[in-house]
Design a protein. Structure first.
Length: 429
């Protein structure tokens, strides 16, 4: 059941503009203005964002589109969009958005049992739990269904062994959804099960991966005989790919800026005035009269206006059934290409200032638009094109699931996964 299908939808709902006015007054009276620290992945910032999420909960503005039965407000995506716009000038718990709220909590709403939702959703909305997905594997690349991490049944529990990688923020997270293989004698998509699991427990080792810009947001996890109760299963045994598919839909929505479950600023939630940082850069370099600089700033602003309208139009079409769930790939693909172009524009405007900068200038958070931050963003420019599925995967989704073009050939289709040849893989016990 989604937020828009919840029983409270039949109740009288506060008009959006009344909600907007109430949120505007509360935000101004309660939250500090936004700063560069809102993008800081440090432990101190994570702790601060948990506090901010608790502030939203205490003020009655947490989980705007989550069901009332599990701590949310049960309101509409229009209410969430109104709150997001009003909250842009303020310091908000950015790290709660992706993946905790927009991906994992949203998937839990769709597939979790009543007990799972009652246990975790209010805790998430209070800022007590950060979540992450354990999907990608060192040998799998983009083939998430080619999962080698195994969960073997042992009485009333499952025993987890294997490894996951590229898990954003796992070192700071509390819980995860983990996709594991529970049946090797069926084709790969049919033998998977999704589990809930505590991250910091015996048998789980989390290692942070240093990236080219010096940050350590990505992690790899190793599982050594980790017991998982049967009550930790999300959905049905051996039907984990159904859950994973919905999770990936939520991921495309969240990363693309169209999720009704995220709140406040995110990569996909920029105001049309976000190009103001580029204007500041132009002015700092004395390029106000430069025709090329003015053209680049205008291009960035037009692209963001188009992105905002694309998000609204696509999400509305998906909500009414005019477009199927895979349409989230449209937003994800446009956001990725738009973000890449924005970095290129910033780099051209910054000139030599983005090649080198004083040590510590960006230091995790960046300076919200300075030349040094643009240099750091250049090092990370491909990340948005890979996270949530590469641009190539999004194009495949659009061509096959929206346009009805033929699917790519798969050599392992209808082959028991035990018999699939895998380079460098370990045979099941």
């Amino acid at each position: 059941m989604t937020a828009t299908e919840s029983p409270e939808a039949a109740d009288e709902i506060e008009p959006v503009e009344d909600f907007r006015a109430r949120a505007r007054a509360w935000l101004a009276a309660t939250l500090p203005p936004a700063g560069s620290e809102a993008w800081d992945p440090s432990p101190e910032r994570r702790a601060r964002e948990r506090q901010l999420q608790r502030t939203l909960w205490d003020g009655g503005f947490a989980g705007i589109c989550f069901p009332k039965a599990y701590g949310g407000l049960g309101l509409t995506p229009e209410h969430q969009r109104a709150f997001t716009v009003e909250s842009l000038p303020y310091d908000m718990p950015f790290s709660m958005n992706v993946p905790t709220l927009g991906i994992l909590a949203a998937t839990l709403v769709d597939f979790g049992t009543h007990e799972q939702k009652l246990r975790h959703l209010p805790a998430i909305l209070r800022g007590e739990e950060l979540w992450v997905q354990f999907l990608s594997e060192p040998s799998g690349g983009s083939d998430l269904a080619g999962c080698l991490t195994r969960a073997d049944r042992d009485g009333d529990t499952y025993v987890l062994n294997g490894s996951k990688i590229w898990s954003s923020g796992a070192a700071a997270a509390d819980w995860a959804m983990c996709l594991a293989r529970t049946d090797w004698d069926v084709p790969k998509h049919r033998g998977l099960t999704m589990f809930l699991m505590e991250i910091h427990q015996p048998g789980v080792q989390v290692e942070q991966i240093r990236q080219v810009d010096g940050s350590r947001e990505f992690c790899q996890e190793f599982f050594d005989d980790v017991p998982l109760p049967a009550s930790a299963i999300v959905g049905e045994v051996n039907d984990g790919w159904t859950v994973a598919t919905r999770l990936l839909t939520h991921e495309r929505m969240a990363v693309g800026g169209g999720s009704p479950y995220t709140s406040g600023r995110s990569v996909g939630h920029r105001s049309t005035n976000a190009s103001d940082e580029l204007v500041g850069l132009v002015r700092s370099r004395g390029l106000e009269g430069d025709a090329r600089a003015r053209q680049l700033v205008a291009e960035a602003r037009v692209d963001q206006i188009v992105a905002n309208h694309l998000v609204r139009r696509t999400t509305q079409a998906m909500a009414t059934g005019a477009l199927p769930p895979p349409a989230g790939a449209l937003m994800k693909l446009f956001l990725a290409t738009n973000s890449m172009r924005r970095v290129e524009i910033g780099l051209e405007l910054a000139g030599r200032g983005a090649v080198a900068w004083p040590a510590g200038e960006t230091d995790g958070a960046g300076d919200t638009g300075g030349a040094g931050e643009l240099g750091r963003a250049t090092l990370q420019r491909q990340a948005i094109c890979l996270g949530g599925g590469s641009n190539e995967i999004q194009r495949n989704i659009i061509s096959e699931r929206l346009l009805g073009m033929p699917r790519e050939l798969a050599a392992d289709k209808d082959v028991p996964y035990r018999d699939v040849r895998r380079a460098g893989s370990r045979e099941p016990r």
